[in-house]
Ligand binder design. Sequence first.
Ligand code: GLU
Length: 291
Amino acid sequence: MTLLTFRFAPSPNGELHLGHAYSALLNQKLAKANDGRLLLRIEDIDTTRCTPQFEAGVLADLEWLGLDWEEPVRRQSGHFAEYGTVLDRLMSEELVYPAFMSRGEIRAFITDSEKRGRDWPRDPDGVPLYPPADKALPVRERKRRIAENAPFAWRLDVGAALARVGRDLAWAEFTDEALSATRAVAARPQDWGDVIVARRDIPTSYHLAVVMDDALQGVSHVVRGQDLFSATSVQRLLQELLGLPQPTYFHHRLILGPDGRKLSKSLGDTGLAKLRDAGASPDDIRRMVGL
Ligand code: GLU
């Protein structure tokens, strides 16, 4: 039997809270129960929001919790060249295009379209889909704007990508925390429209880096929060386009704050460092998250 591989993949753009603790400890528990591997991946492609201080805090919190991961830890910021190679491939296959519209321009386009009585579609996070204009720009015009240093992002042409794949996609989702059974979930990448796969200055995005790294690191089981359930659709499409293996997924329950809302990284009473300073032990944290 091949070794099962789990991972916890925090972004060091803030301090860890109870939700992260649950995710990390659940991955650890499942890796142990299955004699599998546990990897830690630092998802720090956003070089403005991720800082060495936050990363040091993340590592200290995880050590304190008793998480034990394999070394070396993969830091995404050290692998931009690898992501760039794959981005080049998507460019040469004409599956991505440079998207120049600013947030303000997108807003104006949508307001205008809604004024004419058309409800503009939104993605599962409620963000309006990217308007189609840039996809139709002639190559000469794209080159001119890039040469003029216009800001842009590389977006996936989801229509072209789906046509390339040529069939419906699905993924296997575990039905419970013990990973006892799976069900098939139909992927709906079109619900996200033309997602960003890379920035002008950073040759990747969350989606691209995550699918490449899960494949490179041999991750067989992606166990992460329910908030990323819908994002899996985009990731399945990228895996298929890039010929990458598909892991099995479990999107676990979220730990909610006293107000019933998802926890945020802005420090509240649920920050791990704060709880530790207030005298909580790692066992207390386990109890608080129901493990
Ligand atoms: N880095 C992401 C986060 O902190 C998690 C990515 C994933 O587990 O796929 O939200």
